[in-house]
Design a protein around this ligand. Structure first.
Ligand code: SF4
Ligand code: SF4
Ligand SMILES: [Zn+2]
Length: 276
């Protein structure tokens, strides 16, 4: 099977690619970080701010709150025909924040951001925005838009995207079950059970080769190498979309780039110029 899912949750997906060159899988990894669009607050109109925070600090904090993103519902502003700086209902979502502290100091949390679209909201209600002292107030409008991580990290759909080699760990007959490799390995790949060395978690291996260094058997009691035909890609979502959706979108973004090149060069081939 060329693509196999090793583990999957909303936040994280780990996939083994077999028979794909490393650079192809790496292009998917890079696209997941820099090309997959996700929602983030981009414009903030401060209507009232009597807190001790500068307007710019509040706007910056709002921009970094990860937002749930129903990708199919909105257009990237540069691809929308409105061409308006504040966008239109097809390319932006309005949030309103109206918070006040009365008798004691309090935190203003992301749950207080009221969105005009129920599907676009902070991934957690407990992200602190600012602190207000008694009598202080903040009132603002904020506009969230789709963007790409290559423009600003607030639009990065992933919190991590890692490509690693597929490890192959095997025992040899020369192993005397001394257990030195068990303590040398920090990834819990081995254990000794009933006096015998076992390979419990071969995919935990990060190919550091410390186990081979520690093994005094001759020849070495284990073989550790990378499978040159397989790679493991792990994508962690920053919360806006399921990790699986980010992976699929990343592949689509790579295909789009390749299609652009094909379109550009699919015209008539020019004749070779004759030498003068
Ligand atoms: S190469 Fe490193 S991580 Fe892999 S099994 Fe050996 S010690 Fe553990
Ligand atoms: S592989 Fe080497 S270090 Fe590990 S148990 Fe066998 S002989 Fe000992
Ligand atoms: Zn628009």
């Amino acid at each position: 099977m060329p693509v196999q899912v090793l583990e999957e949750s909303y936040e994280k997906v780990t996939v083994v690619f077999e028979g794909f060159p490393r650079v192809y899988v790496n292009s998917i990894r890079r696209a997941s970080m820099s090309l997959v669009p996700v929602m983030a607050i981009d414009d903030v109109v401060i209507l009232e701010n009597t807190s001790s925070f500068y307007d710019e600090v509040i706007a910056h904090r709002l921009g970094l709150i990860p937002l749930k993103t129903p990708l199919e519902k909105y257009l990237i502003p540069s691809e929308c025909d409105c061409k308006s700086a504040l966008g239109c209902p097809k390319c932006r979502v309005l949030f309103v924040l109206d918070a006040e502290a009365t008798d004691k100091v309090r935190d203003v949390l992301s749950a207080e951001l009221v969105s005009e679209d129920e599907e676009v909201k902070p991934v957690s209600p407990n992200i602190p925005i600012i602190k207000l002292a008694p009598g202080q107030k903040i009132k603002l409008e904020a506009y969230a838009k789709l963007g790409r991580g290559k423009s600003h990290s607030k639009w990065q759909a992933t919190s991590a995207a890692v490509l690693r080699s597929y490890p192959l760990v095997a025992l040899n007959e020369s192993c005397n079950n001394c257990g030195m490799c068990v303590s040398a390995c920090t990834k819990d790949v081995f254990s000794i059970r009933n006096g015998k060395l076992k390979v419990d978690n071969p995919l935990n291996c990060n190919l550091c080769f410390e186990c081979l260094e520690s093994c005094q058997a001759e020849p070495k009691g284990i073989n550790v190498k990378e499978d040159e035909d397989k790679f493991i890609l792990t994508i962690e979502s920053s919360g806006g979309m399921a990790a699986r959706e980010i992976l699929v979108q990343a592949v689509k973004e790579v295909i789009k780039l390749v299609d652009d090149v094909i379109d550009k060069f699919s015209g008539e081939v020019l004749p070779v110029e004759k030498e003068k």
